[in-house]
Design a protein around this ligand. Structure first.
Ligand code: SF4
Length: 168
């Protein structure tokens, strides 16, 4: 179950394909710019590096629905529970837009804001089309809500998952 503000489950099936199409288009635009990823894992250690990952309710719902079980406990906001001990993302296919657009390559960073604005606007259109609440908020705000609703972490016993070794 994925929740919205009034605890109504979000139907991820309704917008999953559109989110993946949007993430794919963003990935192509990012690839054209060619940012360098040093696999430092800094992007997922929020407190240590002084940044916050914001995402919308539909992105959070997709993350919870499709990501494998987190590999570390939910903390108070210091780090992402899907970052493994090597600093790699274990939720790569379901990771939200902010994870896909962020790179610490200084030559790329001027482009990140423009890409974010463009794709967040498109994301809002998807949310509006499906009547999904926007709720743009830090990752841990979303995850605590799922935890309070008893849906984080999700029971993955019968799932096969693929863990991709990439800091992004
Ligand atoms: S890239 Fe993966 S590990 Fe890093 S913040 Fe995003 S979902 Fe979490």
């Amino acid at each position: 179950m994925n929740i919205c503000e009034d605890q109504t489950p979000l139907d991820v099936k309704a917008f999953r394909a559109e989110l993946h199409a949007l993430y794919g288009a963003l990935g192509e635009d990012v690839a054209r710019l060619g940012p360098v990823c040093a696999l430092s894992g800094r992007c997922c250690r929020f407190e240590e590096y002084g940044h916050t990952l914001f995402l919308s309710a539909p992105e959070a719902a997709l993350l919870i629905a499709d990501a494998p079980s987190p590999v570390r406990p939910l903390d108070q906001g210091a780090s992402c529970p899907w970052q493994d001990a090597r600093g790699h993302c274990t939720a790569r296919d379901a990771r939200p837009l902010g994870c896909r657009v962020y790179y610490c390559d200084p030559n790329y960073q001027p482009h990140a804001q423009d890409l974010s604005e463009t794709f967040i606007a498109r994301l809002k259109q998807v949310a509006n089309k499906h009547g999904v609440p926007w709720q743009y908020a830090p990752l841990h705000w979303h995850l605590r809500r799922f935890a309070e609703a008893g849906t984080f972490p999700r029971n993955d016993e019968n799932r096969t998952t693929e863990h991709n070794a990439c800091a992004h």
